[in-house]
Design a protein around this ligand. Structure first.
Ligand code: FE2
Length: 241
């Protein structure tokens, strides 16, 4: 995983391969992908997406991670929308399985690319139609996309190599699979969901970010894309024209 990530800028694995319990996905979806935790926020895009978010502060000490809830989850001037946005917060650190997930994900970052301390964003997204609509960056250091559940087809993840060093990558992540990639090396998007024979389509995913210091710890003014976000309609028009 470390050499894939260093050499090609992305790596694909599964929850069980990184040591998460077999029941992890079911437990996580049943606990957090429910009304009262995830919600649709006015102005969010895609228009039918439900979400929740947590931000974890981490420190590495002698190869061990220490985690705590970060003071805020707010996003400012992101996804082309000015101002501060507060989404539903889910406090994950009281949950031993969520702690296990966060530690497993951070451990996938090669040691010489790790920061001694930083923030880690965890975004829960339930989508029904569009997942995202235009290739974009999240403007963070590393991005994880972990699919927990999917009904229907489509939702193929694409990475577009911005520097043409390696080839582009396309893969339909199956429930249990995750990809981690270097956000600076690839634009990413995902195709729309395709309803199954019963007309049903839904995808539950975690999009996590190893953040730059500028995101929370040493903020500076300026706008950036939002983790896991589709661009708002006016930006899609610009991006695709
Ligand atoms: Fe994204």
């Amino acid at each position: 995983m470390h050499s894939d990530l260093l050499q090609q800028g992305y790596a694909v694995t599964s929850d069980q391969a990184i040591g998460l319990p077999e029941k992890f996905r079911d437990n996580f979806v049943q606990t957090y992908f429910v009304d009262g935790v995830i919600r649709h926020d006015k102005g969010d895009w895609p228009v039918d997406r439900k979400r929740a978010r947590d931000v974890i502060y981490y420190e590495w000490h002698d190869g061990e991670l220490r985690l705590e809830e970060y003071e805020t989850i707010s996003l400012t001037d992101r996804a082309g929308i000015k101002g501060e946005r507060i989404h539903a917060r889910v406090m994950l650190l009281h949950d031993p399985q969520a702690v296990e997930l966060i530690k497993a994900f951070l451990t996938l970052i090669p040691p010489d690319r790790r920061r001694s301390k930083g923030t880690f964003g965890v975004n829960l997204f339930r989508t029904y139609t569009n997942v995202v609509t235009a290739p974009h960056r999240d403007d963070e250091e590393f991005i994880f996309i972990y699919v927990l559940n999917r009904v229907g087809g489509g939702a193929e993840t694409h990475l577009f190599d911005v520097n043409a060093v390696t080839t582009d990558f396309e893969h339909q992540l199956q429930p249990g699979e995750l990809i981690v990639f270097d956000d600076e090396r690839y634009l990413h998007d995902a195709s729309p969901l395709k309803p199954d024979a019963d007309g049903q389509a839904m995808r539950d995913a975690l999009v996590c970010t190893v953040d730059y210091e500028a995101t929370y710890l040493k903020p500076k003014s300026g706008s950036a894309a939002e983790p896991g976000a589709a661009e708002p309609p006016e930006l899609v028009a610009a991006a695709t024209s």
